[in-house]
Design a binder for this molecule. Sequence first.
Ligand SMILES: [Zn+2]
Length: 342
Amino acid sequence: MPVKFRDYYETLGVPRDASESQIKQAYRKLARKFHPDVNPGDKAAEERFKEINEANEVLSDPEKRRRYDELGADWKAGMDFTPPPPPPGGQTVRMHVGDLGDLFTGGERFSDFFDVLFGNRRPDGAGFAFSARGADVESEVSITLEQAHRGTSRAVTIPLEGPCPACGGSGTKDKKTCSVCGGSGSQTRLESFTVNIPRGVQDGSVIRVPGRGGMGLGGGPRGDLYLRIHIQPHERFRLRDDGHLELELPIAPWEAVLGGEVRVPTLDGPVEMRIPPNSQGGQILRLRSKGLAQPGGGRSDLYVRLKIVVPPKPTDKEVELLKKLAAESGFNPRESWNSGGR
Ligand SMILES: [Zn+2]
């Protein structure tokens, strides 16, 4: 629904190119004349006084006046007026609330026209603030397995689009295209802050950081930031899809046959593990609750995969003993193949 256009120049009785002091003078003169104290109980005078103040509110403020003047001179007071949509990313002129409102017992301080023009209200309904929440932003942060295990805090930097500080979002400065933003009225700056990443965070999980998203419009709140967690590959531990850790443990052939105690690294330092006699290469042993910290507390398991390795440079003595073993042993690892291997 359109609102009625108000000619503020006509209200103050000044030409469109009036200087600041001309406007000031005209306003003072009219305000004195129609002030409620001078006209007690006179509704018409009070109405006129409101109009005068509204006109002054706009014309005495260079930014508001510029915005008003952009509507063009073709408008006549009382004409139906539908405002242009607010510029994307543009800044809404904030209403200056003076002590003027105290003079009136009830009703609106400014006209619908004023509210619509300066973005305090939607044109189609009373009482709705013209504001919009900023967009939600997604970003990724990469952390080590140790950081996921213990929790960490990370400096996060995101590009943030906001009104250009040089021109206040209008795109023009001193009646010329703003040189800082090139007339777009918006500028992207980098914002850095610290985010706490809780212990036990999982790969691919998303942390919501309230109020760190895109800028709101018309005083609307900022959106939220959603941080997707990526856990970097570890040189030693492999994070399995089921959340457990896996580790490849090299052992000597005689450790596999005879069994024994070995030290196994975990994210919280080494632990002792018993290798049972007659273990095979590729066999997996489970260390319960020695894996990764979990979101709800506790730990996942650590799976230890045995890998049998031989001495890369055996000594003469070792070679001699192995030759003896080869001659003595009747073991054929390919026996089950029957024919074929040997
Ligand atoms: Zn600018």
